[in-house]
Ligand binder design. Structure first.
Ligand code: NAD
Length: 334
């Protein structure tokens, strides 16, 4: 089997993590790294001198690499991904796919026309814990799903080109779409910029679905604790997925309430179950999917169309944020 050769554009925080995974694939290797900032490339020249380095993305497009990963800030995703596709490369773009809907639509159409793989870095769709949660949701064991609460908060990493919604919410939105296979009908947003002018660092998103299901997403760069939690509230069972607790990532609670019970509300306090999860690094599974789809021509789990759907939700959130009324309603003090 021919070895696949990969190029990465963007060697900041995330690029090296993808590189480590691509480079450890059987029949796959990191061949080229590009960053516009020459200083970032010094570590590769020392540690992996056989990997070609460049400050010019065009050198990657003109090279013989099969797949290109775009791990630059979001505003550069569209131009770089488009150029890579036009040079016949298969492309994995970091999340979110693009900074607006029109760009995402164009990339999806272009990849289809050129018969190239277009994938987006929705890493959590590859998490074994998220897949366990998905099985639970789809089995019907949780009963009717009332609502989902997602929290993704920590101190930083602050960005200055996009707000916290575009930075962190792609993960929660992609998890929601992946778990339930449906897109929200409406979205409301409350967000505030505390440390940088006009760049929100704390946001609450309220999503409502046609069947009455609700989802709340809280994302923040300004929080003392690292929390990455998704809670699914069903009428039969409730599940907490805690990505920061490797030993107990999924907990299933047999808990609930019946408000029509006679004589009063009856509460159910049953067992808590913690399923065993065979752990693999999600980013490794994501890279395997990219390589597999390049070889077979199949559609990645986090394909361009999925990336577009997430961008549609983020764009609706941005619109809701911009329309956020300045009108405040006074709290009546008697
Ligand atoms: N999937 C995940 O869990 C995950 C986690 C973190 C970041 N990300 C994504 O990865 C991407 C990069 O994030 P990061 O934290 O590494 O950012 P970063 O700022 O640390 O690094 C970005 C790098 O890209 C370089 N760059 C910018 N424009 C370029 C261009 N036109 N050509 C070549 N190089 C260019 C910069 O010099 C910088 O070194 C973002 O899209 C982010 O959303 C994904």
């Amino acid at each position: 089997m021919k070895d696949l050769r990969f190029g990465i554009i963007g060697w900041g925080y995330w690029g090296p993590k993808i590189a480590r995974n691509l480079d450890s694939l059987p029949n796959g290797s990191l061949a080229m790294v590009c960053d516009m900032d020459e200083r970032r490339l010094a570590s590769i020249r020392i540690n992996q001198p056989w990997v070609r380095t460049t400050t010019r993305p065009e050198d990657v497009f003109a090279s013989d690499v099969d797949g290109v990963v775009i791990a630059t800030p979001v505003r550069a995703h569209y131009q770089l991904a488009k150029a890579a596709l036009l040079h016949g490369k298969h492309v994995l773009v970091e999340k979110p796919l693009t900074a607006n809907i029109a760009e995402a639509e164009e990339l999806v159409a272009l990849a289809k026309e050129l018969d190239r793989v277009l994938m987006v870095g929705h890493t959590f769709e590859y998490s074994p814990a998220v897949n366990e949660l998905r099985k639970l949701v789809q089995s019907g064991d949780l009963g009717k799903i009332y609502c989902v609460e997602a929290e993704r908060v920590n101190l930083g990493l602050f960005r200055n080109d996009i707000n916290v919604i575009w930075d962190l919410a792609p993960h929660d939105v992609s998890i929601l779409l992946y778990l339930f296979g449906k897109t929200p009908e409406q979205i409301k947003v409350q967000a505030h910029a505390h440390l940088q002018s006009r760049i929100c660092d704390i946001a609450h998103l309220d999503l409502s679905f046609a069947d009455g299901m609700a989802a709340h997403i809280h994302v923040s760069w300004l929080h003392p604790c690292k929390i990455r939690r998704v809670t699914v509230i069903g009428d039969a069972r409730m599940v907490v997925y805690d990505d920061t607790n490797p030993a107990e990532m999924i907990k299933i609670y047999n808990k609930g309430a019946d408000v029509h019970a006679d004589p009063g509300v009856s509460y159910r306090y049953g067992a808590i179950t913690i399923p065993h999860i065979d752990w693999m690094e999600p980013l490794r599974l994501e890279c395997e999917d990219f390589a597999h789809c390049i070889r077979t021509g199949s559609l990645p789990r986090a394909n361009g169309e999925v990336g577009l759907q997430v961008v549609r939700v983020l764009a609706a959130a941005q619109e809701a944020l911009e329309a956020q009324s300045d009108k405040a309603y006074p709290v009546m003090v008697s």
